[in-house]
Design a protein around this ligand. Structure first.
Ligand code: NAD
Ligand code: UDP
Length: 340
């Protein structure tokens, strides 16, 4: 199949690009490079031995998107492009409504006019909000607690309406839990611009010496060891869920939502320990106050992913830490400097 990947120069998009090509599909990437890297797409070309076209532009630019659709005629879209920092979404919510919601609206309009009927969307466990029970299943009420989460929910709702309007259309929203890790080659990985917001890239930066210590946000949660607990999953497992979703869309009508997680929580302290084993040295940590807006603990019920997609996470916490370390130690400055 011909697949258009928005945000394919980003972290999850570049890993998915590898799996999409490995599965025998053709892919074109659309990315504004606001948080993506040309080098990521070049490295995927190298990894897969295929020449990948990166069209640099913004998903909100309708005529740009139309020109790509006309030229490439994709049969399906995997839609990663968007802004993803929770704190930034609180400070600048309109940017999030514009890029995430309006950008998705423009994309769906263009898909409609170009007769492209299938889409896989990057949603997030953030849509659930305060847990009423755990693990979250897909029937858990949705009540996101920040603008970022609300934009994800709005796009899910838009996909529901878009796909209901024509029986040929189908959409899957994958609600990701906490993707971490990197391709085992060490060629591609997560390269956040500026200070990382998320735990794993921050641990990796402390391990490689770019940052001096990890601040552990809160040591007094009601969890096994007092630190926050999340459902971390390997980005390569996540990438494979997108390929399986493309297959599932073929005999699906309407919109479906599917959790993508391992079903197991890992605390911050457990993650640090696992990373210390991977990098074979200790990591400086300091416990500080809780981060505003953080939930103590959440993890997925991932039975629906198994039932609908035949997907289950295969890679372990050890794999996640080893592959992150391979990436970070081979590329201490990310994509900025070639280390080989
Ligand atoms: P990322 O920032 O690495 O990738 C997003 C890509 O989209 C970037 O390459 C960026 O340049 C591009 N982009 C942003 N705005 C654009 C626009 N207007 N037009 C075209 N391209 C644009 O982020 P990621 O971690 O790979 O996340 C991918 C998707 O998954 C996002 O939609 C994110 O919200 C969602 N998600 C991520 C996580 C996570 O923990 N990483 C969790 C749940 C959901
Ligand atoms: N965390 C931390 N220090 C950091 C970044 C994150 O202690 O520098 C904790 C955070 O409080 C949460 C967990 O690590 O308990 C995962 O945070 P992340 O931002 O990666 O994911 P999210 O909270 O968005 O699920």
């Amino acid at each position: 199949m011909k697949i258009l990947i928005t945000g394919g120069a980003g972290y999850i998009g570049s890993h998915t690009l590898v799996e999409v090509i490995k599965a025998g599909h053709q892919a074109v990437v659309v990315d504004s490079l606001v948080n993506g890297h040309t080098e990521a797409v070049e490295r995927v070309s190298k990894l897969t031995g295929s020449d990948i076209h990166l069209a640099v532009g913004d998903i909100r630019d309708k005529s740009f998107l139309e020109s790509i659709f006309t030229e490439f005629a994709p049969e399906a879209v995997i839609h990663f492009a968007g802004l993803k920092a929770v704190g930034e979404s609180v400070e600048n919510p309109m940017a999030y409504y514009d890029v995430n919601v309006n950008g998705s609206r423009v994309l769906l309009e263009v898909m409609q006019s170009q007769n492209c009927h299938r889409i896989v969307f990057s949603s997030s466990a953030t849509v659930y909000g305060e847990p009423q029970y755990l693990p979250y299943d897909e029937n858990h009420p949705v009540a996101p607690i920040n603008p970022y989460g609300r934009t994800k929910l709005m796009v899910e709702q838009m996909l529901g309406d878009w796909s209901a309007a024509d029986p040929e259309r189908s959409a899957i929203s994958l609600r990701y839990f906490n993707p971490v890790g990197a391709h085992p080659s060490g060629l591609i990985g997560e390269d956040p611009r500026g200070r990382p917001n998320n735990l794993m890239p921050f641990i990796a930066q402390v391990a490689v010496g770019t940052s001096s210590e990890l601040q552990i946000f809160g040591g007094d949660y009601d969890t096994r060891d007092g630190t926050g607990e999340r459902d971390y999953l390997h980005v390569v497992d996540l990438a494979k869920a997108h390929v399986l979703s493309l297959n599932a869309l073929a005999d699906q009508e309407g919109h479906d939502v599917i959790n993508i997680g391992t079903g197991h929580g890992v605390t911050v302290k457990e993650m640090v320990k696992a990373f210390e084993i991977a990098c074979a040295h200790s990591i400086n940590t300091r416990t500080v106050a809780r981060r505003a807006g953080d939930l103590p603990c959440f993890f997925a019920n991932s039975e629906r992913a198994q039932a609908r997609l035949g997907w289950a996470a295969k890679l372990s916490l050890t794999d996640m830490c080893r592959d992150t370390w391979t990436w970070q130690s081979q590329n201490p400055s990310g994509y900025k400097a070639r280390e080989y």
